[in-house]
Design a protein around this ligand. Structure first.
Ligand code: UTP
Length: 224
């Protein structure tokens, strides 16, 4: 299968977690050896937010605040890529075309952000669309998508299977609740819905969850 895997910065980089990055390198190696084509998009997490805050305090324009965050996403991506060594490309892809070329060389694509004004969710969705992926997996810091923000509502239920149309309704309802909306960026959701991309949102602290999603087993929230 062709897989786009989006690893949350909140998972591997808040704070930086070399043990988990190593586990991801092992997991990606395993998936590659099974014949899967892999495109990995890594976020910047807490460090990205720190740099954005500093850029803000320096009165840098918004575009430059985003650019500094993109540098951080690429820095985290670089760590994972170097751990994978020759299984990846020498340089972190900075465009969709770079990613396409790297994938054509039969390498694992590991990258961060693309350009200001978007999130790494959108980068992952664009890549999934352009490269005609079979599935997008988002490895995040909670077990999946809940009916309500689980941090505020203990009665919130994990949604195991939902349709994109229903996702819109859940996000609409939760519009005023920071947190739930962020689990899958709305711009990314639009692209995924349009392309009918099978998407699985799961807990990224256990990379083995990704193996389950690839095998089609029940894990996290499956959106299709
Ligand atoms: P994200 O907020 O997408 O990454 O990107 P993250 O840290 O993985 O998020 P979690 O773990 O889901 O919380 C970090 C920031 O980088 C900039 C944006 O400012 C974004 O908020 N960015 C990222 C861009 O400007 N363009 C990109 O293509 C990617």
């Amino acid at each position: 299968m062709k897989l786009v895997i989006r690893i949350g910065g909140s998972v591997v980089a808040s704070p930086l977690n070399p043990k988990l990055i190593r586990e991801y390198a092992d997991l990606l190696t395993k998936l590659k050896s099974e014949g899967h084509e892999l495109v990995v998009v890594v976020g910047g997490g807490k460090a990205a937010r720190l740099y954005v805050q500093a850029a803000k305090e320096l009165d840098l324009p918004e575009k430059e605040q985003d650019l500094v965050a993109i540098f951080v996403t690429r820095l985290v991506a670089w760590l994972l890529a170097r751990k994978l060594g020759e299984k990846t490309c020498e340089k972190i892809p900075e465009t969709i075309e770079d990613a396409e070329k790297c994938l054509k060389r039969n390498r694992i694509v590991v990258m961060g952000g693309l350009k200001p004004g978007m999130t790494t969710d959108t980068v992952a969705a664009l890549l999934a669309q352009k490269l005609k992926a079979d599935m997008l997996i988002k490895a995040t810091n909670q077990d999946g998508i809940y009916t309500m923000d689980p941090k505020k509502h203990p009665e919130a239920k994990l949604l195991e299977n939902i349709k994109f149309e229903d996702l819109d309704k859940i996000f609409e309802k939760a519009e005023h609740e920071a947190g739930i909306h962020q689990i899958l960026d709305s711009e990314a959701t639009k692209i995924l819905k349009k392309t009918k991309m099978k998407t699985v949102v799961l807990n990224g602290y256990n990379p083995k969850n990704i193996l389950k999603a690839v095998k089609g087993e029940k894990i996290g929230t499956i959106i299709q």
